[in-house]
Unconditional design. Structure first.
Lengths: 154, 192
């Protein structure tokens, strides 16, 4: 008798597991539809030199969002930067966060906003797909695959 | 005949027959000829004379520069890729690192090789770099070190172009349209 009730426990738990999985899957799909990342690429430089990550981020939701950072298992250190060109002198300024209004699109592009990716945790080659996670203030994080491209990619 | 037609015709005639203007910034009368004493990417001491005979593009930067420097070098690569091979072979790009602390000749060589054979890395001690940056009235500076020991280096973002005699001709910016850059560089080589 007691053996029977023990054996039936997992069967009771099983529907809840499916429901949980469904919820996780659905919420992921919703956020993916509302935040679109395109043209995600990492321009690799030789050796241990820092690489730059570029992408476009479209906020198709009805709420403003705030990008607060990124990380990647392939790099020990990922920061957001903005290139400033003042009187012909270029320098980089750290970016703590970036607001993106509802319906707006944001570009991380050469000569402007970029991810600076340092301290490779493994060897990387041009053509590799590299996982990067983008973090938001009030939204679930988003995992994106970035393509490793050559230094001469514009 | 409308009154405006004569000035318009004269302008068109002048534009058509006069010497064609450069499309990027003309610095022929503003900057001195190419001169420097630096160390090349093979560790050899070199002077500017060594690079005469080809058109030279001069750019100041540093290898730990993820965004601006590769973007400018990639643009120069794209511009030269659009030219005939013979023209492309007559252009050399000198990448002068203003960050000698991190950019030894070996790092520079690996870096410039990633862009192409026409890219050559140069650096030097502070005195040699200061002499060259002062000569072309550009500045550079070091930012604060972060916890990883990484620091930013501010540097001039424009490219100086010299003809095969080492005479200053053009200042090319990242904002210049690619067509303008290609046309001017082709002319720079053809004028030689």
């Amino acid at each position: 008798m007691s053996r029977n009730s023990l054996a039936s426990l997992p069967r009771l738990v099983r529907p809840w597991c499916w429901l949980l999985l469904l919820l996780i899957g659905t919420s992921g799909a919703l956020s993916a539809a509302e935040l679109k990342v395109n043209e995600a690429r990492i321009r690799l430089l030789p050796g241990e030199l820092p690489a730059a990550g570029y992408f476009t981020l479209a906020n198709t939701s009805e709420a403003d969002i705030t990008l607060i950072g990124a990380n990647s298992p392939a790099f020990g250190n990922v920061t957001m930067h903005r290139t400033v060109n003042q009187d012909g002198v270029a320098s980089m300024k750290p970016l703590a966060q970036l607001e993106l209004a509802a319906g707006e699109q944001l570009e991380f592009a050469p000569g402007g906003h970029h991810l600076m990716l340092m301290k490779r945790t493994r060897a990387l080659a041009i053509g590799d797909d590299i996982e990067v996670t983008l973090f938001f203030a009030n939204e679930p994080e988003q995992r994106v695959m970035f393509r490793a491209v050559s230094p001469t990619t514009q | 005949m409308p009154r405006w037609i004569i000035p318009v015709l004269v302008t068109l005639w002048l534009a058509g027959c006069g010497e064609q203007a450069w499309q990027t910034k003309d610095i022929s009368d503003l900057m001195p000829p190419l001169a420097f004493e630096l160390v090349d990417e093979n560790g050899n001491e070199v002077t500017a004379d060594r690079f005469l005979g080809k058109s030279t593009l001069l750019f100041f930067g540093f290898t730990h520069c993820p965004d601006v420097c590769p973007t400018t070098l990639a643009r120069l690569d794209a511009a030269t890729q659009r030219m005939d091979e013979a023209v492309r072979d007559d252009i050399r790009v000198l990448f002068v690192s203003v960050d000698p602390r991190r950019d030894d000749p070996e790092t520079l060589r690996t870096y410039t090789d990633a862009f192409g054979p026409q890219f050559i890395g140069l650096t030097g001690d502070k005195t040699a770099i200061d002499e060259l940056t002062r000569r072309y009235r550009v500045t550079y500076g070091y930012g604060e070190e972060d916890s990883n020991g990484n620091y930013d280096v501010s540097h001039s973002s424009a490219v100086f172009a010299f003809n095969d005699q080492g005479e200053a001709r053009l200042l090319i910016r990242d904002s210049d349209p690619m067509d303008a850059v290609v046309a001017d560089l082709e002319r720079l080589v053809e004028d030689a």
